[in-house]
Design a protein around this ligand. Structure first.
Ligand SMILES: *Cc1c(COP(=O)(O)O)cnc(C)c1O
Length: 522
C-alpha cells in the first residue's frame, strides 16, 4: 500500500467548491498513479532468468554490495505506469496549445515517416563518411534552405536548441572580436527588457556584460534609450534582439538599429525563435543581421516540449562565417565530407559545440516539412500564423485588454488590466485547465503587467480557434466580475491548486521512503 491511500475517502466526496475525490483516486477513466518508487520493488523484474552458476568476479572486487534502490516493474506495469502518466499530459495532438513564444504547431506525420527511414534513423555518427553520403547531403540541403530563407551566406548546423544556437552566435561574435584584437575591450551586449531569459543568460555565459534597453509605449525598442547607450563608446560587442519581438510585434526600426550597432563596431544577434511569423516573407539577412538561430522544432515543426528534442542551426553573416564551429559539411569532387578539426578549412572556427554533427532526426523532419510545403507553402505558414493570432486578438479584445494597440504578428498579448481586484493572471490560467486547455504563456514578457501571451500557430482551424476563444472569453468575463471561485481553480485536474510559492521555493525533488511508523499506521 502506498502512502497515497492515507486520507482517501471511503465513498466519493464532492466538496462545496466542486472538486471531487474518489475512493480509488482515479477520476472518470483516468487512472490514479503513484510514484514509480511506490509501485515498484527492487525484487521485481520484467525478465525471468536463471541465476548463473559458477560465475567468477571479473570486476576486481568492485561489484556493488548493496541494492541500487531502483524500483523494479514488470513489463505490463511499466507500460501502464507511463501510459497513465502520459494521459495527464496535455498535447498538441489533443488540442490547441496556446503557449506563446513556443510555436506549438501540428507535427505532420510525414515528417515522422521520413525520420524513421533506416538510412537516417539507423546510421551511426562514427560510420565512414562514404557510407552516409545521403545523410550528409540532407544536412547540406537543409543548410541551403535555411540560408535561402534567411538570406544569409552561412549556417552552423550543430547547435541542439535555440539557446544553444544563441551560444553559437555569441561565441562567433566573441571570436570575431578576438580576431580584431578587441576581445578584451568590447564587453557590452545590449538586450531589450522584453527579451527571452535565454538571451541575457547566453551573453553572461560568454563573458559579456548585459545592458538592458527600455521598451517604448508601442512595445518596441526605445530608440532614444538605444542611441543614448551607443553614444561615444567603444565597448559595444553587439545587440541581441528578437524579431518579431516577444510582445508579438515587428521591430519597425530594425534596419536603423542594425546600422547603429554596426556603426558602433558591434554585431547584430537576432533571436530567431519567432521566425514562424515571417518565414518566406522577410529575410533577416536583408535587415542587417549578423547571426540568428532558428528553432527547427518551432518553425519547422518537430515535436518538442519538456526540454527536447530541439535543434537550433545558426545562420551567420560574411563577417562571422569564418568563425563557425566545426564540424560542418562541405561538398567536393568526391562527394560530401565533414570538416572536423580546427585547422585547414576550419582554421578560424571558434571550436566545437557537440560531439557529432547535430540532431539528425530533427534535420530530416525539418527538411521534410520544408519540401512538403514548398517555398509558397512556407510563405503561407507565416501569413496564416499571423492571421490566426489576429483573429484571437479580435475575438478577445472586448473582454480582455490587448497589451498594445493595433495588429499583432503571430501571437496575441494581453495584460491583466481587465481583471477585478484580487484576480490575477494565474487564476485565469488555472481556470483554463478546467476548460480543457493548457494555459497560455503567463507573466512573460516582463514588460507587460500580468502578461498573457497566446500563439495559436497556423495549424489551427477556425473551429478550433473559436472553441478556445469561447472558453477563454467565459473565464475572462468571470475574472472581470471578480469571481472568487477562480482563486482555487483548477477543480477538475488530478492535482488542484498548488501552493506555487512553496513549489518554487521549497521543491521536493527527491523521494524518500516512508518512515516505518507510517507503514505500520496503515
Ligand atoms: C524558445 C525560445 C528560445 C529558446 O529556444 P530553446 O530551443 O527552447 O532553447 C529563445 N528565445 C525565444 C524568444 C524563444 O521563444
Amino acid at each position: 500500500m502506498g502512502m497515497q491511500t492515507i486520507g482517501r475517502p471511503t465513498a466519493p466526496v464532492v466538496s462545496e467548491s466542486g472538486s471531487v475525490q474518489t475512493v480509488s483516486g482515479s477520476k472518470g477513466l483516468l487512472q490514479h498513479e503513484d510514484l514509480i518508487f511506490e509501485i515498484g520493488d527492487a525484487e521485481k523484474t520484467g525478465v525471468d532468468l536463471p541465476v548463473p552458476s559458477g560465475r567468477a568476479d571479473r570486476l576486481g572486487g568492485v561489484t556493488r554490495q548493496h541494492a541500487t534502490g531502483l524500483p523494479g516493474l514488470t513489463e505490463p506495469e511499466a507500460v501502464r505506469h507511463y501510459m497513465r502518466l502520459s494521459q495527464r499530459n496535455y498535447a498538441i495532438d489533443l488540442g490547441l496549445f496556446p503557449l506563446g513564444s513556443c510555436t506549438m504547431k501540428h507535427n505532420p506525420r510525414l515528417n515522422e515517416k521520413a525520420a524513421r527511414m533506416p538510412g537516417f534513423a539507423d546510421i551511426h555518427p562514427m560510420q565512414p563518411q562514404r557510407t552516409v553520403q545521403g545523410a550528409l547531403e540532407l544536412i547540406n540541403e537543409l543548410a541551403t534552405w535555411l540560408k535561402t530563407l534567411t538570406g544569409m551566406p552561412a549556417v552552423a548546423m550543430s547547435p541542439k536548441a535555440g539557446a544553444h544556437g544563441e551560444l553559437c552566435g555569441l561565441l562567433a561574435i566573441r571570436q570575431a572580436l578576438i580576431s580584431r584584437g578587441e576581445g578584451e575591450t568590447r564587453k557590452r551586449v545590449l538586450v531589450p527588457a522584453s527579451a527571452h531569459g535565454t538571451n541575457p543568460a547566453t551573453a553572461i555565459q560568454c563573458g559579456f556584460i548585459v545592458d538592458e534597453i527600455a521598451a517604448d509605449a508601442r512595445g518596441r525598442v526605445d530608440m532614444a534609450d538605444l542611441k543614448g547607450k551607443l553614444e561615444s563608446t567603444d565597448d559595444i560587442a553587439g545587440i541581441m534582439l528578437t524579431n518579431p519581438n516577444t510582445c508579438g510585434l515587428f521591430e519597425t526600426d530594425i534596419k536603423e538599429i542594425a546600422d547603429l550597432i554596426h556603426a558602433a563596431g558591434g554585431y547584430f544577434y537576432c533571436d530567431g525563435a519567432n521566425f514562424n511569423a515571417i518565414v518566406g516573407r522577410v529575410r533577416p539577412g536583408d535587415l542587417g543581421v549578423d547571426a540568428m538561430h532558428i528553432n527547427l522544432h518551432k518553425t519547422f515543426s518537430t515535436p518538442h516540449g519538456g526540454g527536447g528534442p530541439g535543434s537550433g542551426p545558426t545562420v551567420l553573416s560574411d563577417a562571422l562565417a569564418p568563425f563557425a564551429p566545426v564540424p560542418f559539411v562541405v561538398k567536393d569532387a568526391d562527394g560530401f565530407h565533414l570538416v572536423e578539426d580546427v585547422e585547414g578549412e576550419g582554421a578560424e572556427a571558434f571550436g566545437r559545440m557537440v560531439a557529432f554533427h547535430g540532431q539528425m532526426g530533427m534535420f530530416v523532419r525539418a527538411l521534410t516539412y520544408m519540401l512538403s510545403h514548398g517555398a509558397d507553402g512556407l510563405k503561407q505558414v507565416a501569413e496564416d500564423a499571423v492571421l490566426n493570432a489576429n483573429y484571437i486578438q479580435a475575438r478577445l479584445k472586448d473582454v480582455m485588454t490587448p497589451a498594445f494597440e493595433g495588429y499583432c504578428m503571430h501571437e496575441a498579448l494581453f495584460s491583466d488590466a481587465f481583471t477585478a481586484d484580487g484576480i490575477e493572471t494565474i487564476d485565469i490560467a488555472k481556470a483554463l485547465i478546467d476548460e480543457g486547455y493548457h494555459p497560455m504563456t503567463m507573466y512573460f514578457p516582463l514588460v507587460v503587467h500580468g502578461a498573457m501571451l497566446i500563439e495559436p500557430t497556423e495549424t489551427e482551424s477556425k473551429q478550433e480557434l473559436d472553441r478556445f476563444c469561447d472558453a477563454l472569453r467565459v473565464v475572462a468575463e468571470r475574472a472581470a466580475a471578480g469571481d472568487e471561485a477562480l482563486k482555487a481553480a483548477p477543480y477538475l485536474a488530478p492535482k488542484t491548486r498548488l501552493d506555487e510559492t512553496r513549489a518554487a521555493r521549497k521543491p521536493i525533488l527527491k523521494w524518500t521512503p516512508p518512515a516505518p511508523e507510517a507503514i505500520a499506521a496503515e
